[in-house]
Design a protein. Structure first.
Length: 80
């Protein structure tokens, strides 16, 4: 069971981060093209930041529970 959790965690880490970046780009584009007012953009941007922080902590928690640390998503952030 832990092996399947490891594979799922490894497989979902990148799409979460990539999708969050895509949403950020779309929010900025919508604001620049004046589809979103300043208040709406600020609100949604802040909510996206909160969601990204929660996802980061969630994925880090999953990784901490895994025995095999061969494929660590957050290792690149900690090396700097």
């Amino acid at each position: 069971m832990k092996k399947s959790l490891h594979l799922r965690a490894k497989g979902i880490a990148f799409p979460f981060c990539a999708s969050a970046k895509e949403v950020e780009v779309l929010l900025r584009l919508s604001h620049d093209l004046e589809y979103l007012c300043e208040d709406g953009y600020t609100y949604l941007s802040n909510r996206l930041d909160e969601l990204n922080a929660k996802l980061f902590l969630f994925l880090r928690n999953i990784e901490a529970r895994l025995k095999s640390r061969r494929h660590q998503f957050f290792k690149k952030f900690e090396e700097n």
